[in-house]
Design a binder for this molecule. Structure first.
Ligand code: ZN
Length: 458
């Protein structure tokens, strides 16, 4: 019976299947598709809680079957309390002629996130303390939010603020702050091992692209690629949570599991611009996550387009995952990092700053991370007294090949360093070659009985 008549397809090794997934990025224009998904998510007014998060998870749910958790207002998570739920329908500042001079319908960034409701008439000078702008970036609307202190306000371009005429204004914020819940999404792809890899992103910023819509969009496509692998060694956990309070609530449910099962994790944010790759190490700095990320970047990008930072206690949810009580092996692989690029947390972080090319190349970097994790394990060579006679095992080419990157060179590295103390990643580093070139040589040595996987290596 031929394959076309329904014979089972050969089950490929995860690293080979990931090579195919990498080829699909260009062939299926995944960068463009990610960008289109981002454009659909862009108008939704997200915040730490509320219907914007739910709607976002519904959209993402078309690609990722999410378990959605609702955690009630008032729930204690470690030192924090789940806040009241915030929702907004409309907001504006209207001049005496009835024109909406500041209009939530034009950009949801115009409203200070978590603004309490307001309906008042006031002078420009009374309104002024509630207006936020960036004098140094006069055309950008800043992104501001105040979840834990009741306030109201509007964010505007400084140029507009400076030219706002004297007069009286109708000010309206049609929002609600009520007991409700915090919404989180999770998906898991089971692997052959119960050892886990975590990818965590956040879903709480309004119309902002690099920070942060690029994260959930990339993660949705990463999920699809990993779901389609014929085999996975690792179990992959995906978290789509509001930043900080959502990550804390996620840890309150999953923290102990992750402490005992997590081998590597990454916070996925700022992955959509075409800027240099940035890797922020875990707090420990020498975890598998760190080792894998620096290997990927060294071989995936040119050296002038790589930045590697030690952990620092600003940034995103790695602050929670790496807090001393959890101390998880979680880093963050980004492009232009939050806080460092001028468009960050302003209306300039938009659908133009994030490009299909940026998204596609970041997805490729994340697939490489997975490929390294799937390949990396510790092997033990069978022949340790002298080299094995490779020709006798059919592992020596009939034509001599002295190139350093040849298959025979890789085989020599494998039989020399597979002593139970060096994992495959160490060996690839020694050879100065990406680990993903070693898959075929490992398989040939395993088939010849010259290598076997060390017990206990996942
Ligand atoms: Zn942010």
């Amino acid at each position: 019976m031929s394959r076309a008549e329904g014979a089972p397809r050969e089950v490929g090794a995860p690293d080979e299947a990931l090579d195919l997934a990498l080829e699909r990025i260009a062939r299926e224009s995944l960068g463009e598709r990610m960008h289109e998904l981002m454009a659909r998510l862009f108008p939704i007014c997200r915040s730490s809680t509320g219907d914007g998060v739910r709607e976002t998870l519904r959209f993402l749910g078309e690609l990722v079957p999410l378990d959605v958790w609702e955690i009630p207002t008032g729930t204690q998570v470690f030192d924090w309390t789940v806040p009241k739920e915030w929702n907004i329908r409309d907001a504006y500042v209207r001049d005496a002629a009835g024109r909406r001079v500041i209009d939530f319908r034009r950009s949801n960034l115009h409203v200070l996130g978590y603004s309490v409701p307001v309906a008042a008439r006031m002078t420009r000078d009374e309104l002024r303390p509630h207006l936020h702008s960036l004098p140094e970036q006069p055309d950008a609307i800043p992104y501001r939010t105040s979840v834990y202190e009741p306030r109201w306000g509007f964010c505007v371009a400084h140029r507009q603020l400076a030219s706002l005429p004297d007069g009286t204004y109708d000010v309206r914020i049609d929002s609600t702050l009520e007991d409700g819940s915090l919404t989180l999404g999770e998906a898991v792809l089971e692997g052959e091992s119960d050892r886990e890899v975590l990818f965590s992103t956040y879903v709480c910023h309004p119309s902002l692209c690099n920070d942060n819509l690029s994260g959930p969009v990339l993660l949705a496509y990463l999920y699809q690629a990993l779901r389609d692998l014929p085999r996975r060694r690792y179990t992959y956990r995906f978290a789509f949570v509001p930043e900080t309070i959502g990550a804390l609530a996620f840890l309150s449910r999953r923290g102990e599991r992750l402490r005992s099962h997590l081998d590597a994790g990454y916070v996925v944010t700022c992955v959509g611009d075409p800027g240099p790759y940035t890797y922020k190490r875990s707090r420990r700095g020498d975890t598998l996550a760190d080792k894998v990320a620096s290997h990927v970047l060294r071989h995936h990008a040119s050296s002038e387009s790589i930045r590697i930072h030690d952990f620092f206690p600003l940034g995103s949810d790695e602050r929670q995952y790496c807090s001393p009580g959890f101390d998880l092996p979680v880093g963050s692989l980004m492009r232009s990092m939050y806080l460092t690029y001028p468009e960050y947390h302003t209306s300039l972080d938009d659908l133009e700053l994030v490009t299909p090319t940026g998204l596609a190349s970041s997805l490729a970097a994340y697939l490489r991370l997975v490929q390294v994790l799937e390949l990396d394990r510790t092997y033990v060579a069978a022949v340790t007294h002298g080299e094995p006679h490779l020709a006798r095992h059919g592992l020596y080419p009939t034509l001599s090949d002295k190139r350093k990157d040849s298959e025979v060179t890789r085989i020599r590295y494998l039989i020399t360093f597979s002593d139970g103390r060096h994992d495959l990643l160490d060996i690839a580093e020694r050879a100065g070659e990406p680990i993903w070139t070693f898959g075929p040589a490992v398989r040939r040595l395993l088939a010849a009985g010259l290598l076997h996987a060390q017990e206990g290596s996942p």
